[in-house]
Design a protein around this ligand. Sequence first.
Ligand code: HEC
Ligand code: HEC
Ligand code: HEC
Length: 451
Amino acid sequence: MSKSLRIIAALAAVGVVGGLAFAFVPVQTTAPVAQLPDDWKPAEGQGKYVMYASDCLACHTADGGEPFAGGRAIASPMGTIWATNITPDPETGIGNWTLDQFRAALYDGIRADGAHLYPAMPYENYRKLTEEDVRALYDYFMHEVPAVQNKVEETKLSFPFNMRFGIRAWNWLALTHDAGFTPADGKTEAEQRGQYLVEGPAHCAACHSPRDMLMAQDGVSVADANFLTGGVVDGWNAPALRGPDSAPQKWDVAEMAAYLATGRNIHSTANGEMGLVVEHSLQHLTDQDNLAIAAFLKGADGAPVEMPENFATLETRALPALDADDAGKETEKMLTEAAPDMALGPRLYLDNCAACHFVSGKGAPEIFPELAANHIVTGSEVSPLISVILNGAEVPSTAKRPMHLVMQGYADRMNDEEVAELSSFLRKAWGNDASAVTAAEVAAVRAKQPH
Ligand code: HEC
Ligand code: HEC
Ligand code: HEC
């Protein structure tokens, strides 16, 4: 054997031994972050409330399936991961799990049998849950959720992702933050409550933080520079929630709380994944908690926080047509004059869209979203805008705003070229400044639709 071959053989042997040691060293789980008295009991409804804030129901329930019985397919860059049955059924659910095993799933992503969970389960964020909330959740799942016998499909990713112990190395590199919650100094009680909800249970960073090279959340705490600076989920921009152009800086606290609680405010509406977050999770929170989240986001980088008594809801019957602001005046004028040589994009807008979104691009408060400075219109990902135009969109009905807002799609009325021209116009109108959209990009979105 030549020397270099021998070295390679030696390295391979070390690798195999190392790999085996790595696979067979017992897993370490994180201890509780606080010792509660043995007879500690959650307040009435606490566990269910933490469940809503954490959105467990959305991932762990299949379409048309029993609550928490699993079977929902979660798309990941590595393949399909099946959410498990977390009802207290002893055979197919988590009925036999101890509190410590349950905590390990939330804090460390470790299953009762010691195997690692894929980070599609957002344990990077649930790691911040207080011990009170962990115990309240456990109590809720063991005593209030009905047991459902349902064996879900086993997750089978291709090599090497099927080696669950490999996630241990990922955890070593990615899961470096301490368990439990550390409030930022010098903040009000409401802002600290908001920080807890955002960083922990509500796992906003799972979508709104960028991902690093390991696909881990790049920023899980407000002290991290990239925390909530914007991510991409399923081809949608989850816009930055920090920085001068971000919604929390442009909207006041009451408007932000209204968006979170009802999926709409005078500026925008929640679509796609965010519509689901509002529908399944945020609309069930108290007004105080939605205001707390809004206050935390506003003050995260030191902006002054004016805390309103209540969140902004407008009388939905009033349809004031707002004037464009300075950046939008020119577009408004051009649309109003409707010169005969008007380009195709603005003409399509005038003919099809202006009745609801108006020549000012301002829409009507809480009903027709503003298209000026709208992050769906200007996002780096263009497929959501194209999809809204082709397929329409809807805002979920929420308890506080039952009206179900629906926009019709234009797939049958416009060809790819027209949708591209219209989109390109929108991305430059009223002071918007984003790149043009091509007919090929429209064709790609159209091809993905069922019809
Ligand atoms: C974003 C989607 C998502 C959310 C939200 C979510 N989970 Fe999960 N969870 C998953 C997926 C996917 C798995 C399976 C991962 C795997 O197989 O490695 C999982 C696995 C688990 C497991 C392991 C069960 C087993 O039998 O292996 C438990 C326990 C669990 N989740 C509890 C919860 C609780 C409690 C909440 C709310 C606090 C929650 N999950 C919220 C996606 C989610
Ligand atoms: C499952 C992924 C996901 C989670 C979790 C999530 N969001 Fe979003 N969010 C999105 C997407 C995608 C959009 C863009 C859709 C839209 O604008 O209608 C969005 C839009 C928003 C917007 C509008 C921003 C703008 O500039 O228009 C706000 C505000 C927001 N989210 C706040 C939050 C907060 C606060 C949390 C946690 C409580 C959260 N989101 C959790 C995916 C998510
Ligand atoms: C009959 C009224 C109506 C017409 C006409 C209309 N829309 Fe809408 N549009 C709505 C409503 C209502 C919503 C809110 C639904 C939602 O966002 O899910 C909406 C949402 C949107 C959004 C998403 C904005 C956000 O913040 O979520 C975009 C982009 C949009 N419309 C563009 C257009 C374009 C371009 C046209 C013309 C081709 C058009 N709309 C025509 C009523 C209308």
